[in-house]
Design a protein around this ligand. Structure first.
Ligand SMILES: [Zn+2]
Length: 419
């Protein structure tokens, strides 16, 4: 087993351990694992097989725009390479992803090259052991659209995880009045994010960085850090924003590490939210990141904004000014670690940055597509140094805000943000 694979296995076990407790219905003795997957291309159909250790109930249905098949399972541990389904080379199955979707629930998402109908989706015993069998055949666009619409009517909104996440809860020991900083490792679970050429996964790289950053901020003692996820699990974008708002966060930092077609482009970029993207590249990046929910089979929903409300507008304007202030500070601290993108300060319509009352930035650590960035991102020594600088920027921001709160008239905007 590769080091990466064993690490993923460990994460998966940690998640399973953490989730087994609240979900009393999931008996550890009945927990099922998936060990490997493969595709068999037959003349008239494509068959996707997972080798399992048990026989879970299976629910499968089509979802349109883009065409996908969703396979819902009770909690199944995928003890296999995370990126095995990225390029299966099948006529009908473009790619497939799998992982924990929500506490007690796992999911396989199959991206299709065109409309398909489900001939079979079940778990069954075979001579080689239990298997999950999904058989798909090409069908007409009309048939696919009708079945997907029927499904959408039956399940109008795919609910996000019902339980608030453990990471979001304040610790049960003595309460603290330190400002809360929410660090948000992007992607997770069946949404892997970007992948590097040696199988590095964005969801793992950003989680490791987020943990290092939490440690450095903890050492500074100025702020209390909450991670939106401390495991390899899926989290909808709206849930990440909710965690920041419900904890009255003073700052929200989403961490990412994407890929670009241009392999020579390198360095970190700090994004803030704006209606109009600062440049085409920022617009493309926001579009890509905003698809995260779709990667897990969720329908993207437009959020209802409180447009027209004066207080809302004022708060949002002030929040955005604080976001830009932190972004500039983060860039000047980061400069000391070296790698900055040629144009490190950008903005676009990132859904995850849309909390109107929490200053929010998205830190793109670098690109998994750049050899130089990849070497940095996978170096523990670099990670420690970079996290130290980012923590220093966070501390400077938090102490600046505390000074303003003590003497509001001296603050740059002259108005304290409602808490
Ligand atoms: Zn990302």
């Amino acid at each position: 087993m590769r080091a990466g694979a064993s690490r993923l296995f460990f994460f998966a076990l940690a998640v399973a351990g953490a989730l087994a407790r609240p979900a009393a219905a999931v008996e550890p003795a009945t927990e099922i694992s998936a060990l490997s997957a493969r595709i068999e291309a037959l003349s008239d159909r494509s068959r996707l097989l997972f080798d399992l250790t048990g026989l879970p109930p299976v629910t499968a249905y089509p979802v349109a725009n883009p065409p996908r098949i969703i396979v819902d399972l009770p909690q199944v541990l995928f003890r296999m390479e995370a990126n095995a389904g990225l390029a299966p080379g099948d006529k009908l199955i473009k790619s497939y992803r799998y992982g924990i979707f929500a506490p007690g629930r796992s999911r396989v998402v199959i991206d299709l090259t065109g409309p398909a109908k489900i001939l079979k989706a079940d778990s069954e015993p075979t001579a080689g052991g239990p298997r999950l069998v999904i058989e798909l055949a090409p069908t007409s666009a009309a048939y696919f659209a009708v079945t997907a619409a029927e499904q959408a009517r039956r399940q109008p909104a795919d609910p996000p995880p019902a339980q608030p996440l453990q990471a979001a809860k304040p610790p049960s020991d003595k309460p603290t009045d330190r400002p809360v900083v929410v660090i948000d490792p992007g992607h997770g679970g069946l949404d892997m994010g970007a992948t590097g050429k040696h199988g590095e996964l964005e969801k793992d790289v950003v989680l490791e960085f987020a943990r290092a950053l939490r440690q450095k901020i903890d050492e500074g003692g100025q702020a209390r850090v909450l991670l939106t996820r401390d495991h390899d699990m899926f989290l909808p974008l709206a849930e990440r924003v909710r965690i920041a708002r419900e904890n009255n966060a003073s700052l929200f930092v989403s961490i990412h590490a994407d890929t670009l077609a241009a392999a020579h482009v390198e360095g970190a970029t700090v994004y803030t939210v704006s209606e109009r993207a600062s440049d085409a590249e920022a617009a493309r990046m926001a579009e890509k990141e905003n698809l995260a929910d779709q990667a897990a089979g969720l329908e993207s929903k437009a959020d209802a904004e409180q447009v027209g409300d004066i207080l809302f507008e004022l708060t949002r304007r002030e929040t955005r000014s604080y976001s830009r202030q932190f972004s500039h500070s983060l860039i000047s601290f980061w400069k000391e670690v070296g790698a900055l993108n040629k144009n490190p300060s950008r903005s676009a319509g990132f859904v995850v940055l849309k909390a109107f009352d929490v200053p929010s930035v998205l830190l793109e650590l670098g690109y998994l597509s750049s050899d130089k960035d990849l070497a940095r991102l996978t170096s523990q020594e670099w990670r420690e140094r970079a996290a130290q600088k980012a923590a220093a920027a966070v501390d400077a921001f938090i102490s600046g805000r505390s000074r303003e709160a003590r003497a509001p008239a001296d603050g740059p905007s002259g108005a304290a943000r409602p808490q």
